[in-house]
Design a protein around this ligand. Structure first.
Ligand SMILES: Cc1cc2nc3c(=O)[nH]c(=O)nc-3n(C[C@H](O)[C@H](O)[C@H](O)COP(=O)(O)OP(=O)(O)OC[C@H]3O[C@@H](n4cnc5c(N)ncnc54)[C@H](O)[C@@H]3O)c2cc1C
Length: 345
């Protein structure tokens, strides 16, 4: 594999991050495993990077080797779109584009990821934080994840039940850097109607009752429309999309901690999930907040954006200001969703 001199800012959706000491692009699974294994044996720090849509990298860059996941391949266990058969198992290489895969799934009548349309990045990163949006998350259709385990130095397969999936988390996120995802296998039911639309805003747009069903193509179109309005579909010409998506997760807290009037979604463990966007706005940080080149999106309170020439230091300072402001006002400490590389909040 050729070694390239690369800046992280050219590979992240925030367009932030300094140089990598070494850059390796892995287009085959063998190259991916070899690259990581060779670095590990040499004691060289490794950053596995794919779409760069969920990372905040230091202005100093990364003093180690970035291994770019660029593997390809989508394989279904059978051909044909017969909705009467039991379903389809589809194995996807980690480097495949998630959005292209969702489009492919909708075209083939594979149910269950249509509401995850428009999310940037790779298929291999989706199990890391159990990617979710508009009432769906990958844990609902994911069957297994094949990984290179850097501690045991071998390939392992985790069934979905062993992945430790929760809200924006998994065993892979909990044990950072240990597992390199090689392939992800999904099990889809087949049909034309999407899985029930549980997200009220989406149901309203599609004119179905919450929990009702709509054609999969309509759900995909509806989600893309809502996401575009919120600056959540990448557009190089729109600085509102120069982000890492939602910067903070929705906090899950004891019921009595939720401020009056805030959204409250009961969780299975008795606690309540509330809205990070609501807390940020009520703490005095509205859409577009900020004076410098790092500001809140003008379309979405949860997206911290680079307006063109921001630095990581500026973006992180803004994130701290929001987190501390919310904590002062409500006593709830927000936690970042993107992975921080060489920086701390
Ligand atoms: C505009 C926008 C909208 C977004 N909307 C959503 C949303 O609705 N819901 C949601 O959940 N997320 C959302 N995100 C976040 C992001 O797109 C997802 O988390 C995505 O899965 C990240 O994929 P990536 O390939 O870009 O990962 P990267 O940013 O390259 O990496 C993210 C983390 O995963 C690790 N990683 C990546 N690939 C692998 C691999 N093969 N093996 C092991 N580790 C790996 C990296 O080391 C890093 O720690 C959004 C981001 C943006 C910019």
């Amino acid at each position: 594999m050729p070694e390239l001199l690369e800046l992280l800012k050219d590979h992240t959706t925030l367009r932030l991050g300094g140089p990598a000491r070494t850059w390796l692009r892995a287009e085959t699974e063998q190259d991916l495993v070899d690259a990581v294994r060779t670095c590990d044996e040499a004691g060289e720090p490794v950053l596995v990077l794919a779409g760069g849509s969920n990372v905040v990298v230091a202005d100093d860059g990364f003093a180690g080797t970035v291994v770019e996941v660029a593997t390809t391949g989508v394989a279904a266990d059978h051909e044909g779109d017969d909705p009467t058969c039991g379903g389809v198992l589809v194995t996807v290489a980690a480097g495949e584009s998630w959005e292209a895969f969702v489009a492919h799934a909708v075209d083939h009548g594979w149910l269950g990821i249509e509401a995850l349309s428009g999310i940037p990045g790779s298929v291999g990163a989706t199990p890391i934080q159990n990617v979710g949006a508009y009432g769906q998350e990958v844990a609902q259709t994911l069957a297994s994840v094949r990984v290179w385990d850097r501690t045991l130095r071998g390939v392992r397969t985790f069934a979905a039940a062993d992945c430790g999936f929760g809200y924006r988390t998994s065993r892979f996120k909990a044990d950072p850097g240990r597992h390199v995802v090689l392939t992800v296998t999904f099990q889809f039911r087949q049909g034309e109607l999407a899985e029930p639309v549980t997200y009220a805003e989406l149901a309203g747009l599609l004119e179905v009752e919450p929990g009702g069903r709509a054609p999969m193509t309509d759900v995909r179109r509806g989600v893309l429309e809502l996401r575009t309005r919120k600056g959540m579909v990448l557009d190089p010409a729109d600085h509102d999309t120069w982000s890492a998506g939602s910067f903070f997760t929705n906090p899950v807290v004891a019921a009595e901690t939720v401020p009056e009037g805030a959204p409250a979604w009961p969780q299975p463990d008795g606690r309540v999930k509330t809205s990070a966007a609501w807390l940020i706005e009520r703490a005095g940080f509205g859409k577009g907040y900020g004076a410098g080149a790092a500001r809140l999106s003008t379309k979405h309170t949860l997206a911290l954006t680079n307006r063109g020439d921001a630095t990581t230091a500026e973006l992180v300072a803004l994130a701290r200001e929001l987190r501390d402001g919310v904590e002062r006002r409500f006593g709830i400490r927000l936690v970042n969703e993107p992975v921080l590389v060489g920086v701390e909040l």
